[in-house]
Design a protein around this ligand. Structure first.
Ligand code: ATP
Ligand code: MG
Length: 414
């Protein structure tokens, strides 16, 4: 007989269950609560876009575009890509939906994103991001607000301890050009010592050599000129305003002059929240200002700044979140009680009480289930109780028990 092979989960994807799911949901619920405090509105955008949306906005030379995208031709012959991040799709929506009229637009979103990467701890092929953006605000106040939001999120998740905000500036266009030329001169002088990858970067994207992880590149990257000498007075003032805002809001930060975002349209602020608690996957939240992005998609020049964080990486840092508490477990004994319990459970749930019904096994197994679920009460329905129109309500833990009329149950449990 032919053996049927059980299908496998696709490499790099996850089935999120139990404790893991509770941590995951806690991150999303906390983000939802905090974004409302900062008056950001929630949006939702498609999971796939025309491939050009990402290829043009992320740049053909980035790792994401050149190696990591899930692109495919659909049945109509169009080239589509599963989103590898949110910003490009949001910029596309800003243009196609006429959201310019709402500028400055403060928005958040969350959901699955897809990258073809080598799976390992904290690195998946389908993972989840939370994302916050301010579009149409060129003021440093927008950068500050986003960073304070990120900081409060980490604090409310209880993981701010051990996570550091690293901050840098990439200056304005004039700054970048001058700094880039100085970097190229420096790297050219050390051509022979650079890694293979960095030689390619030198041609296409020299700034990226600065954050190379290759030990061969590190000494050359570390001795490269800092941007500071090239900052225009305007760019210096912008960075000072951001750091002053963070200080005023009580958000700790560290300067990391090696932190770069490789693309030409990045300006001014670049940042990462990093930890050493996750091994090699130490960046939990990252972002920056991308004033040239919407222009590069063919739209009007529009300022923008934003960040994204990996939900799985945040969830991994959480202490054990409490199991979802339920109010009561209904324990019917016998067929009559079971029939009656169906109506009682439905009434309680409609009254806003979280109830489970234990209908498997003997009385002992049913009471054990009530304990295992961490319910506050067991509602015991036997023949005697049914005859009297009452339920025996046992406070689990305390062990005390009282009789409550069916009509008063919801009130008594709340
Ligand atoms: P990394 O250097 O870890 O590859 P990245 O620079 O590619 O990160 P971003 O594009 O800035 O990451 O994405 C923002 C956040 O999304 C990261 O800080 C991280 O928390 C999370 N993230 C990125 N790639 C993955 C992945 N493959 N699996 C899980 N989380 C990820
Ligand atoms: Mg990556």
């Amino acid at each position: 007989m032919a053996r049927i092979e059980t299908p496998r989960r696709v490499r790099g994807t996850q089935d999120i269950f139990g404790d893991e799911q509770r941590r995951f949901a806690h991150v999303l619920a906390t983000f939802e609560r905090v974004r409302a405090l900062y008056c950001f509105q929630r949006i939702d955008i498609p999971v796939f876009e025309s491939t050009a949306v990402f290829a043009r906005s992320l740049g053909e030379t980035t790792d994401v575009v050149s190696k990591e995208m899930y692109s495919f031709e659909d049945r109509g012959g169009d080239s589509l890509t599963l989103r590898p991040e949110f910003t490009a799709g949001i910029a596309r929506a800003y243009l196609t939906e006429g959201w310019q009229q709402f500028a400055p637009l403060k928005i958040t979103t969350s959901g699955p994103v897809f990258r073809y990467e080598r799976p390992q701890k904290g690195r998946f092929r389908q993972f989840h991001q939370i994302d916050a953006e301010v579009i149409g605000a060129a003021e440093p106040a927008a950068d500050v607000e986003l960073l304070v939001l990120a900081d409060q999120l980490l604090r409310e998740l209880g993981i701010a301890e051990g996570v550091t905000l690293q901050l840098n500036t990439l200056g304005d266009a004039a700054t970048r050009e001058a700094w880039r030329a100085a970097l190229v001169a420096h790297f050219e002088a050390h051509r022979g010592e650079l890694s293979e990858d960095s030689l390619t970067r030198l041609e296409k994207n020299p700034m990226r050599i600065l954050d190379s992880k290759d030990p061969k590149d590190r000494p050359i990257a570390d001795s490269a000129p800092d941007i500071d000498a090239y900052l225009t007075p305007e760019a210096r003032a912008f960075f000072d305003a951001v750091t002053a805002g963070l200080d005023a809001a009580g958000v700790a930060w560290e300067r990391n002059a090696r932190l770069v975002r490789g693309l030409d349209y990045y300006r001014h602020t670049a940042f990462e929240f990093v930890t050493d608690r996750l091994g090699a996957q130490g960046t939990v939240l990252a972002g920056g200002r991308y004033d040239g992005l919407i222009g590069s998609l063919g739209g009007p020049e529009t300022a923008g700044v934003g960040w994204a964080a990996g939900v799985e990486r945040l969830a991994m840092l959480l202490d054990e979140p409490a199991a979802a508490a339920i109010d009561a477990v209904v324990v019917p004994m016998g067929a009559d009680a079971e029939a009656r319990a169906t109506g009682i459970v439905a009434d309680l749930r409609r009254a806003g009480v979280a109830v489970e019904m234990a209908y498997k096994g003997k009385m002992k197994a049913r009471m054990a289930k009530a304990d295992a679920l961490g319910a506050r009460f067991a509602i015991i329905l036997g023949d005697d109780e049914l005859a009297k129109g009452v339920a025996a309500v046992k406070t689990l833990g305390a062990g005390t028990q009282v009789e409550v009329a069916f009509a008063d149950l919801a009130e008594a449990l709340r």
